[in-house]
Ligand binder design. Structure first.
Ligand code: FAD
Ligand code: A2P
Length: 288
């Protein structure tokens, strides 16, 4: 395989997105892209090649991360990119605590450090150009990264000033799954959009370890989908509605189950409807 060409970016900032008492580590990390030719749009991902070598003494392979900033970057100067990264941690079979290579590299990185980036890549999660599209977003954890970019593009004042051709007027509905309130990401921005655009933005949370679903289990976003199934289905009937799913791969069967039950209530077959939505490029999934 040909070697991947990387751009060496400089870290501008790295801070925790979590509140006190949150589980794990999730950071917002920004890179300076100036001097390069790396341009991206909302919904794309970027590759990161961590420093160091793998167990075989080979350079580490790249890992993909959804871009969390808009094409204008967090400073609106079109010269930065930001990521939202959870440090992978788990116990192996021997009971040892293991931390992920690249996610740890990124969460620990200091401003001024140089990082190899590749890409951007990805067409699955691009936003439609229509200002009056409806955008339903289902995210767990860092799956909020592309949604954060969409919502900034739609509702941030600086962004709107930069995009005269995109003055969002549709409905944006974010379903966010998080283990605790302290783990909710970008809350301040989201609450600001709710205040400024109550007619356009809706935000529904599933806080799994604090809220219960009707069966007494953990509240997941698919339970919220079931709760709001009628509204979701009437929105989906509109050809201008797009659905974006990002985050844990494990949520997909649950979402399908919720949609199947909701579809059968309206006399529809979810498998067929989902295929039709996919074909119309209105059903967008990026899970990992
Ligand atoms: P590694 O050191 O590569 O370890 C991962 C490996 O550990 C796995 O392959 C598996 O073998 C093993 N493993 C993992 N969990 C367990 C477990 N519970 N038990 C046993 N073994 C286990 N991540 C983000 O944080 N933010 C994003 O925005 C983001 N976007 C992504 C977008 C795309 C399109 C894709 C494909 C992935 C995205 N990811 C994102 C995930 C990211 O690419 C990395 O996979 C993640 O950061 C882990 O990489 P790592 O190098 O830290 O872990
Ligand atoms: P939980 O871990 O309580 O079971 P994070 O990435 O910050 O950990 O957030 C992921 C969120 O997605 C958590 O609330 C987690 O719940 C939830 N989650 C875990 N598994 C699933 C699943 N199969 N379907 C939907 N949500 C899930």
């Amino acid at each position: 395989m040909a070697a991947v060409t990387a751009f060496v970016a400089t870290v501008l900032g790295n801070y925790s997105l979590l509140g006190e008492g949150a589980i794990g580590r999730v950071n917002h990390i920004s890179f300076d892209l100036s001097g390069g030719n790396l341009h991206y749009v909302e919904g794309q991902s970027i590759g990161v090649i961590p420093d160091g070598e793998d167990a075989k003494g080979k350079p580490h392979k790249l890992r993909l991360y959804s871009i969390a900033s808009t094409r204008h970057g967090d400073n609106l100067e079109a010269s930065t990119v930001s990521l939202c990264v959870r440090q992978l941690e788990y116990k192996n079979e021997a009971g040892e605590q293991i931390y992920g290579v690249c996610s740890s590299f990124l969460c620990d990185i200091e401003p001024g450090a140089q990082v190899k980036l590749t890409g951007p890549v990805g067409k699955e999660m691009l936003l439609p150009p229509d200002e009056d599209a409806n955008v339903i977003m289902l995210a767990t954890g860092t799956g909020i990264a592309p949604m954060r970019a969409y919502l900034r593009r739609m509702f941030d004042q600086g962004e709107r000033a930069k995009n005269p051709e995109y003055q969002f007027q549709g409905k944006a509905w974010l379903f966010m799954g998080s283990p605790t309130t302290a783990n909710l990401l970008y809350e301040e921005d989201l609450n600001g959009y709710l205040e400024q655009y109550p007619e356009n933005f809706r935000y529904t949370k599933a806080i799994s370890r604090e809220q219960q679903n009707p069966s007494g289990g953990r509240m997941y976003i698919q339970d919220r989908v079931t709760e709001h199934a009628d509204e979701i289905f009437s929105l989906i009937a509109n050809p201008k509605t797009h659905v974006y799913i990002c985050g844990l791969r494990g949520m997909e069967p649950g979402i399908d189950e919720a949609m199947t039950a909701a579809a059968s209530k309206c006399g529809e077959n979810w498998t067929e409807l989902r295929q039709a939505l996919k074909k119309a490029e209105r059903w967008h999934v990026e899970t990992y």
